[in-house]
Design a protein around this ligand. Sequence first.
Ligand code: SDX
Length: 426
Amino acid sequence: MKQTVTLNIEGKSLELPVLEAIAGASVIDVRSLSSAGVFTYDPGFLSTASCDSKITFIDGDAGILMHRGYPIEQLADQSEHLEVCYLLLHGELPAEDQLATFKNDINERMPIDSQFAKIFDGFTRSAHPMSMLCAAVAGLAAQFHEGLDIYNEAHRKESALQLIAKMPTLAAMTYRKITEQPFIDPNPELGYAENFLNMCFGEPGRASQVSSTMASALDKIFILHADHEQNASTSTVRLAGSTEANPYAAIAAGIAALWGPSHGGANEAVLNMLEEIGDINEVARYVDKAKDKDDPFKLMGFGHRVYKNFDPRALVMQDSCHAVLAEKNAQDEPLLEIAKQLEKIAREEPYFIERKLYPNIDFYSGITLKAMGIPTSMYTVLFALGRTPGWISHWCEMLSEPFKIGRPRQLYLGSAQRNYTDIGSR
Ligand code: SDX
């Protein structure tokens, strides 16, 4: 029996259908409200579903994250990033031959041609890697535009392969640019994460020296970042895509949105915060600053719009962090000690408990990446690398069904109509 809700407003009674979810919250379908001259008001979209999707599900109260029904803990423990990419795109785990073909499809598309690589000549070594990555991905729209039919499924699949393949190569090029080193070509013999690390830290013409622990830890970090429902950057990709824009341009818009410290930029901000705190004895003072309404300081890596429990990714991230620190023999990393003290205090402080502020994925990823020798300015680039399959899967999902251009309404609080006056009488 279909549920409805009745809305009585300005003497009118409106019956609104309730749409049932497979998991999580049902939604009130308010699409008919605009014809009644009424809008809903929800800045920040705390209570608003922008779409329906089959890709990812989060239960924030229970700390559950699933991709196509598979719990993130199982994927992080038993899968690999390219298999998760396939799962997000196709909805099912691949058979062995399907995965082998997918890996080959990605490997074939990883190289960046030397003419396109000149896009990096326009940047100084001090350019932020996220600005370079955003520009480079937008630049791919120049390479893949003529003849690209977004309504053709094969063209959508090709765009997905190109983006998943080229993101690690472009990301590594940003690292080589800020370290003033020559670019290294992708090596089709290497795994996805190992290839990226070799393009960053390798030597041209030399075999990969990347350790399996580092490659495995990074591959897991990519899995943990792969997708996360309608977060700000994914919603940006969907909104840009809803105008029928080039998919590479839509992904570049997602990269721009991810860069903010409230979103993907938090991993870089966590490291900067830990370094600013500098000493375990300073932690209590910074927790007090975070609680002070008059102080803009927030504990980066804490809190989440959806998780009101531990971010399940943070728990897996914690394990990766310890494995990397053990291999680097850096278990006594001072920043880790500060992070542990922060987490301990935050778990006991009424301010954080009342607001259900728990460590999120960014809290431990920064420490892990630092131990791997990756500079802070590259952290959000790695987040973008991991999130690319999520972004492009949502774009493909939206384009595979009828969709409308996203065009929110507003609550107008400006001036009532008035007449223009000439400058002499103002
Ligand atoms: C990501 O959406 C996603 O899924 C994102 C992401 C993904 O995978 O795509 O999970 C990745 O972006 C994780 C979040 C990374 N950002 C940070 O770690 C930055 C620090 N966190 C905060 O900026 C904040 O918690 C947000 C932005 C994450 C969430 O903000 P909300 O949901 O808008 O919550 P809010 O700002 O309304 O906070 C509610 C209360 C407020 O206090 P009161 O006004 O109720 O007294 O909690 C306080 C806030 O001041 N608060 C914090 C805090 N986060 C919230 N106080 C101190 N430190 C914090 N970190």
